[in-house]
Write a protein that binds this ligand. Structure first.
Ligand code: NAD
Length: 294
């Protein structure tokens, strides 16, 4: 049976540590870190994600303000609101929950967020810093959360064959860039136009799957003893939440695997807290949290 990479437990430890850190700031008479969250429309999954983030912020002492705007909010109204947060010295981080309604130009919205307050790390300036190996940018939460979890479990990454399935801007691409940073490991990135997916996945020492298709990865597609990270979140018709990986058939073949739920999801939220505290630290002249230094 594989080692289960328990994201819930690692995330709990990170929250505990951040709570202590923020308590220390308050004792010194400093203010709480603050995060502004913009949610547009009524997408039920987005509401759950925002609520999880709000609760996690509250637990550690980050003041989070959720701005829930109606579905028909215009591009200009969102841009104006972000402009207000950009100029507010009491707000450290700004998060716009994705996806946005289809009439909104998402990339343009991302680019209006001031890069220092971009706690999701999606701004081209932050992505560019990651791509060019600079260490003073913000790294997107899900890939950084996965990285922190692998390090927590002392999983060797150096010189390993890494395969990332999924090439989105928010997960797949920055995940691959993290492994390229410092030339840690060679990475293959697969996507919808990959001809023979199995020929890639079967050679992976570390396989990271971020697609959004239940059971895309089956046992015969993985190498014996591989480490498998399942980013996918899929709601089945019976209401169950599953990943992209056929967990039941893989768990006896691989050496370590993340469950869904309870694997990558909690780490994404914990990393959002780290990125928000980092924005606060930077403003106060403190170095970034060591866990976020890749
Ligand atoms: P996306 O839709 O933006 O990108 C999906 C990627 O998968 C694309 O690159 C696409 O080319 C590729 N793809 C689609 N079908 C494929 C196939 N058959 N074979 C190989 N590649 C294929 O998705 P995303 O935003 O990156 O999210 C991916 C999944 O991860 C979703 O289920 C999402 O809900 C989940 N997610 C989870 C977390 C978390 O914290 N656990 C965070 C972000 C996203």
């Amino acid at each position: 049976m594989a080692l289960i990479l328990d994201g819930r437990e690692v995330a709990r430890k990170i929250r505990q540590e951040l709570k202590k850190e923020i308590g220390g700031y308050l004792q010194r008479g400093m203010r709480n870190p603050a995060l502004a969250v913009v949610l547009v429309g009524d997408d039920p999954a987005s509401k759950v994600y925002v609520e999880n983030k709000r609760k996690a912020c509250k637990e550690v002492g980050i003041n989070s303000m959720v701005f829930n705007l109606p579905e028909n909010t215009s591009q200009q109204e969102i841009t104006d609101l972000i402009g207000k947060f950009n100029g507010d010295p009491e707000i450290d981080g700004i998060l716009v929950q994705l996806p946005l309604p289809s009439h909104i130009n998402t990339q343009e919205i991302i680019e209006t967020i001031s890069p220092e307050k971009d706690v999701d790390g999606f701004h081209p300036e932050n992505m560019g810093k990651l791509a060019t190996g600079k260490s003073d940018g913000v790294i997107p939460c899900t890939p950084l959360g996965i990285w922190i979890m692998l390090k927590h479990y002392k999983i060797q990454t150096f010189k390993k064959d890494v395969v990332v399935v999924g090439a989105s801007n928010i997960v797949g691409k920055p995940m691959a860039l993290l492994f390229l940073k410092n030339e840690e490991a060679p990475v293959s990135v697969c996507h919808i136009n990959t001809k023979d997916l199995k020929s890639y996945t079967t050679r992976a020492d570390i396989l990271i799957v971020a697609v959004g298709k239940p059971k895309l990865i089956t046992a015969e597609m993985v190498k014996e003893g591989a480490v498998v990270v399942d980013v996918g979140i899929n709601r089945l018709e019976d209401g169950r939440l599953v990943g992209d990986v056929d967990f039941e058939t893989l768990k006896d073949k691989v050496s370590a695997i993340t469950p869904v739920p309870g694997g990558v999801g909690p780490m994404t939220v914990a990393t959002l807290l780290l990125n928000t505290v980092n924005a606060y630290r930077k403003k106060h002249g403190f170095p970034p949290h060591p866990l976020t230094q890749v």
